[in-house]
Design a binder for this molecule. Structure first.
Ligand code: G4P
Length: 283
């Protein structure tokens, strides 16, 4: 899914978020484990202030394990609860219920002191498009979920998914925009396929990816495509096109096809587990 944001969209999304956030105790923010900073919304901390916060490093199956651990530490130090998840396969989902209770313990304690017992924690899932919000909600709620509200005869209102007696989830996630005006952020979002590929042409995008990989994951391209990595990304691209028989009529190398192949292999994890940004650069 590709997404294009306009100022009107952003104003609307922010207004909806401001309305919904009043109803909840906990913000469950999904980030892409490959780009945990670039996949965040610039305004989320302001929007979510005074709420309990849980960050999920989603698609952790596609990111490097060592970096997932480092990112979890990075966000923990900043006061967020953090869980590494793979929503597609259900990895990490079982631990979420316990983490939610822990993240909301101050609120639960406040309620208890006021004599309010057993009021469920209310949570909302937020994140940029394509980060995995729907997949996560399905994985967490499963089939057992019961929706409350908006049924005939029931008071009109928001739809809540009752996960158990302790937690209710707003059934529509909050969609927020990334900080795409930052070129480096835009590039990383394009690498993972979250924004329109037209930000750069296919070959330029693959060239930037090749540059990143040869710098930070030396040997990956060499092994996958049996090429010799070299400084000039375009030379690498031509080698890959040659080895993979990406040819145009007249046996000319089809570097565009090769570029699409590399980008696609990266996005689908076929180049291995790769993280595109590192916590030490954000300390
Ligand atoms: P959204 O609601 O935030 O927009 O995201 P959505 O759940 O639609 O997920 C976007 C894509 O990301 C989906 O792939 C989904 O399967 C994939 N995805 C979600 N969580 C994970 C994860 O933890 N790991 C991996 N590897 N992928 C994940 P798709 O290409 O749109 O569909 P499909 O190929 O899965 O059918």
């Amino acid at each position: 899914m590709h997404f294009q944001w306009y100022p009107g969209h952003m104003t609307k999304a922010k207004r909806m978020m401001q309305e919904n956030i009043k109803l909840i105790d906990l913000v469950i923010e999904l980030v892409d484990a490959r780009i945990p900073i670039s996949s965040r919304n610039p305004d989320i901390d302001e929007l979510g202030k005074n709420k309990a916060r849980l960050i999920l490093l989603n698609k952790s199956d596609l990111a490097e394990d060592r970096q997932n651990i480092a990112w979890a530490e990075y966000f923990s130090k900043k006061g967020y609860s953090v869980v590494k998840v793979n929503s597609k396969r259900g990895g990490g989902i079982k631990s979420i219920q316990g983490v939610i209770q822990e993240a909301c313990k101050e609120k639960i304690e406040r309620d208890r002191k006021r004599g309010i017992l057993n009021r469920p924690v209310r949570a909302m899932v937020v994140g940029i498009p394509n980060v995995g919000k729907s997949t996560f909600i399905n994985a967490l709620a499963g089939k057992a979920c019961a929706k409350t509200g908006n049924k005939p005869g029931v008071t009109k209102g928001k739809q809540w998914i009752r996960l158990n007696k302790n937690v209710e989830l707003l059934d529509t996630p909050g969609i927020l925009w990334p900080k795409f005006e930052d070129q480096q952020v835009g590039l990383k979002l394009a690498f993972i396929g979250s924004i329109k590929d037209e930000i750069l042409n296919t070959e330029e995008l693959a060239g930037e990816l090749i540059k990143f990989l040869t710098t930070h994951y030396a040997g990956v391209l060499e092994e996958k495509y049996e090429i010799k990595e070299q400084e000039d990304p375009y030379a690498c691209l031509m080698e890959i096109a040659k080895n993979r028989h990406c040819l145009l009529k007249g046996n000319e190398l089809d570097t565009e096809k090769a570029a699409m192949m590399i980008t696609d292999d990266f996005r689908n994890g076929r180049l291995g587990k790769i993280t595109l940004e590192f916590p030490e650069d954000y300390e």
